[in-house]
Design a protein around this ligand. Structure first.
Ligand SMILES: Cc1cc2nc3c(=O)[nH]c(=O)nc-3n(C[C@H](O)[C@H](O)[C@H](O)COP(=O)(O)O)c2cc1C
Length: 229
């Protein structure tokens, strides 16, 4: 299954087989992590940890994400690790982003984890299985890109985003209005990176070439602009 196809079947998995993956299976996941695409100028670090080093995590493993504590770096973690979330689920594993689960002894630059393992929980059967806002509420256009973006996962399923399409550009904005823009938390920064990955995969599915991804971040603005041709 391709990463794009997995967008339409993935789910957050909360029940796992406690049996650890084999060294060969973990090595394959490590290889995906080693090659994972990050946003320009960003270099988060990722580490696979086992259950003994984690608390409040039901899965036997998790990928711990480390980065500086700024908005672009957090969005980058969402963008990079959403590739891995989709890869895991497209390759028969379960996975879940977890803001609540933690390493027992987190390093100062720890930001979030993506838990994973074997599971009996089946994938979703298609787009209709997602509890999400309608496309009309999150996008100025109803198209294949917006539909793939709409079902991206977000912390507490808040879906804190708005897509604006214009000529060969899509701008993904944090949807806090007015003063609300000031209150986007860390998880919402990660969420914007996650939906950005769905948008990118959907554009590539339509044979579009991504020219630039530009974070626009300031005291009162938080958005990611993607230009394509
Ligand atoms: C950044 C982030 C943090 C999350 N943290 C948690 C968490 O701590 N506990 C949990 O059960 N689910 C967590 N989730 C999963 C969301 O609740 C889930 O993605 C959302 O409800 C949509 O459901 P779905 O992923 O099955 O489509 C998190 C998701 C994201 C993107």
């Amino acid at each position: 299954m391709t990463l794009y196809e997995t967008i339409f079947t993935r789910r957050s998995v909360r029940k796992y087989d406690a049996t650890p993956l084999t060294d060969t299976e973990l090595a394959a996941i490590q290889q995906v992590l080693n090659g994972v695409k990050q946003l320009p100028g960003q270099s988060a670090n990722f580490e696979i940890a086992n259950a003994g080093k984690l608390k409040s995590v039901a899965a036997p493993h998790a990928i711990l994400a480390y980065s500086p504590d700024n908005d672009a770096a957090l969005a980058n973690i969402g963008y990079a690790l959403q590739t891995v979330d989709l890869w895991l689920q497209g390759n028969g594993y379960g996975s879940i982003w977890m803001g609540m689960g933690k390493p027992i002894a987190p390093k100062p630059d720890y930001r979030i984890l993506l838990a994973f393992g074997k599971t009996e929980i089946p994938l979703r059967s298609g787009e209709s299985g997602y509890k999400r806002k309608p496309v009309s509420e999150i996008s100025n256009e109803d198209n294949a890109i917006a539909r793939a973006a709409r079902i991206a996962p977000s912390a507490a399923n808040l879906q804190p985003w708005q897509l604006n399409f214009s000529q060969c550009r899509v701008c993904i904005q944090y949807n806090g209005k007015g003063i609300g823009k000031l209150f986007a938390g860390k998880m919402q920064k990660i969420d914007l990176g996650i939906i950005l990955k769905h948008v990118e995969l959907a554009l590539e599915q339509e044979s579009r070439k991504i020219i630039a991804i530009t974070p626009k971040i300031g005291a009162k603005i938080f958005e990611m602009e993607l230009a394509y041709e």
